[in-house]
Design a protein around this ligand. Structure first.
Ligand SMILES: CC(C)[C@H](C(=O)O)[C@@H](O)C(=O)O
Ligand code: SF4
Length: 463
């Protein structure tokens, strides 16, 4: 039978399957962080079970770490407890941990790939929805709940249903200043936030092929915002080049064996996809969300839609609620609306290429007086690389705050938050109500757009 890439990886990992039961698959890599692991560790202790594979489990602290210092005691009391708990659990169960003093600490979905832990053809889970990011390497990677975290701790396996297959073929001519973030936002607009429900989505086509690993990660990161189980991209030379000589990637003689296997990881020509979508990106312009879910998005030169042009009753109701929450009007432009904060960071857009884009826009320029702007690198290593290239100096000279790595204002679990009614241009992936602080108003954009908004202090259409 012809198979998709997803089916090949899934089938290769099945360790038990029988009638009327979901298959059980083997998990190659389990990433953990401070928020979704404590109850799972408690469960292990309570049931007197061991951690099955400490060497397949890696921990980092990211969600509520302070970004203005590397001192745990600068965090809120709750955050401090979660960090201490993770430190103790990792010690007790012998799990490697990237803590605040470790240069490799960072957002779990930045750290895995940059360490070479994320490898093609593997199964990767984490108690975190944006685990789909790792699919960029041709891995089957998805988020799990805390009880599943405990199950993987104890057995290194997981009961999993087979998903349907969707293929999203991306082609066309990219306009200037269009980035992976614009493309994935556009795809989410086309398919909706439940368009991917029940599917693993394989992104393919010439535009995906031409992307760097960091751009591919941005695409797969937001597959979850389509409602998909995960996103996946066939590994190729770009993938192999990225992985070569990373800390944990295969070395010496085994490298060639791996390349041989990784090169076989593609969907068969005749493989059956339950849904095939083609997306032409030739005409797209920079994307900005106006609402409270990532599909409520427009090209910057367009108006927010008129409510009565929306198709379904639910879409209409959602739009009315979103406009009310966001303090915006239907059929109006975002252009010229002032912005209060700019956040450059998150597992979507906090890697070195993102920071280079921002630096190229703001170099020798000063951000607008009404703007508070933050750059929060995705990991200590991204920060170090940026500093090596002198990007930190460019940012600080322009008026940005240059922070330590963490999730930060992506979800406001630490002090990095919006005040009520503040409007933020954010390179993160979710614009839900209250996501960046109570009554805060989030607009998702690319790093290039965020940098321009920081300079002009408002939404602006630049070609
Ligand atoms: C805290 C965590 C469970 C959550 C997730 O799973 O996605 C967070 O990372 C997010 O982005 O909302
Ligand atoms: S950066 Fe944001 S989206 Fe990514 S893991 Fe952290 S909180 Fe979740």
């Amino acid at each position: 039978m012809k198979k998709t890439l997803y089916q090949k990886i899934f089938d290769r990992h099945v360790v038990h399957e029988c009638d009327n039961e979901l298959p059980i698959i083997y998990i190659d890599l389990h990433l953990i962080h401070e928020v979704t692991s404590p109850q799972a560790f408690d469960g292990l202790r309570y049931k007197k079970r061991n951690l099955r594979s400490p060497n397949k489990t890696f921990a980092t602290m990211d969600h509520n770490v302070p970004t203005n210092s590397r001192n745990m005691y600068d965090a809120t009391p709750m955050a401090k407890i979660q960090m201490e708990t993770l430190i103790n659990n990792c010690k007790n169960f012998n799990i490697p941990l990237f803590d605040l003093q470790n240069i490799s600490q960072g957002i779990v979905h930045v750290v895995g790939p940059e360490q070479g832990l994320t490898l093609p053809g593997t199964t990767i889970v984490c108690g975190d929805s944006h685990t789909s990011t790792h699919g960029a390497f041709g891995a089957l990677a998805f988020g799990i709940g805390t009880s599943e975290v405990e199950h993987v701790f104890a057995t290194q396996t997981l009961r999993q249903a087979r998903m349907k297959n969707m293929r999203v073929f991306v082609y066309g001519q990219k306009n200037n200043n269009i980035f992976a973030k614009d493309i994935i936002l556009y795809i989410i607009k086309k398919l909706g936030t439940s368009g991917g429900t029940g599917y693993v989505v394989e992104f393919t086509g010439p535009i995906i092929k031409s992307m760097s690993m960091e751009e591919r990660m941005t695409i797969c990161n937001m597959a979850i915002e389509l409602g998909a189980k995960s996103g996946i991209i066939e590994p190729d030379q770009t993938t192999f080049t990225y992985l070569k000589n990373k800390n944990f990637s295969p070395k010496n003689n085994s490298w060639n064996k791996y390349i041989h296997y990784w090169s076989s990881l593609k969907s068969d020509n005749q493989a059956c996809f339950n849904r095939n979508i083609s997306i032409n990106i030739s005409n797209i312009k920079p994307q900005v969300t106006w609402g409270t879910n990532p599909s409520q998005v427009i090209s910057i030169q367009n108006k927010i839609p008129k409510i009565n042009t929306l198709k379904t009753k639910i879409e209409k109701e959602d739009a009315l609620n979103a406009l009310d929450y966001m303090g915006l009007k239907e059929n109006s432009y975002l252009i010229n609306i002032p912005v209060d904060k700019v956040f450059i960071g998150s597992c979507t857009n906090s890697r070195i290429e993102d920071l280079r884009i921002v630096a190229s826009v703001v170099k020798n320029k000063i951000i607008s007086k009404n703007i508070k702007a933050y750059i929060v690198p995705g990991s200590g290593l991204v920060k170090k690389q940026a500093e090596k290239e002198g990007l930190d100096k460019i940012f600080i000279k322009s008026g940005f705050q240059w922070r330590h790595s963490g999730c930060s204002m992506c979800l406001g679990m630490n002090d990095d938050q919006l005040k009520p009614y503040e409007r933020c241009a954010s390179t993160s992936n979710r614009n839900f109500e209250g996501r960046q602080g109570k009554n805060g108003r989030t607009h998702l954009v690319s790093p290039w757009m965020a940098a321009n908004i920081a300079l002009y202090g408002k939404f602006i259409n630049i070609n």
